[in-house]
Design a binder for this molecule. Structure first.
Ligand SMILES: [Zn+2]
Ligand SMILES: [Zn+2]
Length: 233
């Protein structure tokens, strides 16, 4: 079994500790084929990377792609935020990004009434799993997201429904190794409904890039390890 990529990593551009280069170096050391720096998008009040800082990050990523060409595929990612029903901060022009993750997070500015629900539920309010799943899959479809990050974290989602949509749209569901947000039963259900599954570290330090221990343990318990898209056998 070989892990071929880690597409969910953060750096000091948001609230992580290392540089994008540190993350790439760690991924090279582990023998990964692909690594993404997928910083928090602008809609996150606390951690969002925007303006000049975002331009600097994109420039740094372009330089890393050149420097590591032939050794590892360096990807510019972005972890976007749900801001309302069917609404997110996925950029209109996503041509500069190789991979878009989309998830529910705290600390967003509500774009509509459902945006207030996101804040309310993420701080312990009443849960609406079916609507939460409908909302994020609509936004993921509109913005052409590649991966739903940590389903069930902060807001509960209807996993069977989400997995059906993910299958139809070709969007992957993440099994996150920092936040164990899915039970083995839910992982199994998602796979049975046809959703593609990807493991991601959500590393906030270079040492944790490619550390997929928790995610792999849950996938093993669910009996789906051989179906994870970023594992090769
Ligand atoms: Zn996240
Ligand atoms: Zn993250």
């Amino acid at each position: 079994m070989k892990i071929i990529s880690d597409l969910h990593t953060h750096t000091y551009y948001s609230h992580g500790k290392g540089s994008p280069r540190d993350n790439v170096l760690r991924a090279v050391e582990l023998g990964l084929r692909e690594v993404a720096v997928s910083e928090h998008a602008s809609g996150n009040i606390y951690y969002g990377v925007r303006g000049k800082k975002l331009e600097r990050l994109k420039e740094e990523m372009r330089a890393l792609k050149r420097e590591f060409a032939g050794r590892i595929d360096v990807k510019t990612g972005l972890e976007c935020n749900m801001t309302g029903f069917g609404k997110s901060d996925i950029p209109k022009d996503r041509s500069e990004y190789d991979v878009i993750l989309l998830g529910y997070h705290k600390g967003i500015l509500p774009a509509n009434g459902f945006g207030w629900h996101i804040l309310f539920e993420s701080f312990g309010g009443k849960s609406t799993p079916r609507r939460n799943a409908e909302s994020i899959m609509e936004a993921a479809d509109k913005g052409k997201a590649d991966i739903i990050s940590h389903p069930n974290l902060y807001l509960e989602v209807d996993i069977p429904y989400m997995a059906e949509c993910a299958r139809q749209l070709g969007i992957l569901l993440e099994v996150n190794s920092s936040h164990v947000s899915l039970t083995p039963e839910q992982i199994k259900t998602a796979h049975e409904r046809g959703a593609g599954l990807i493991v991601g570290s959500d590393a906030h330090r270079a040492e944790r890039v490619g550390d997929l221990k928790n995610a792999l343990a849950s996938c093993a318990e669910a009996g789906v390890l051989e179906h994870i898209v970023n594992i090769e056998w």
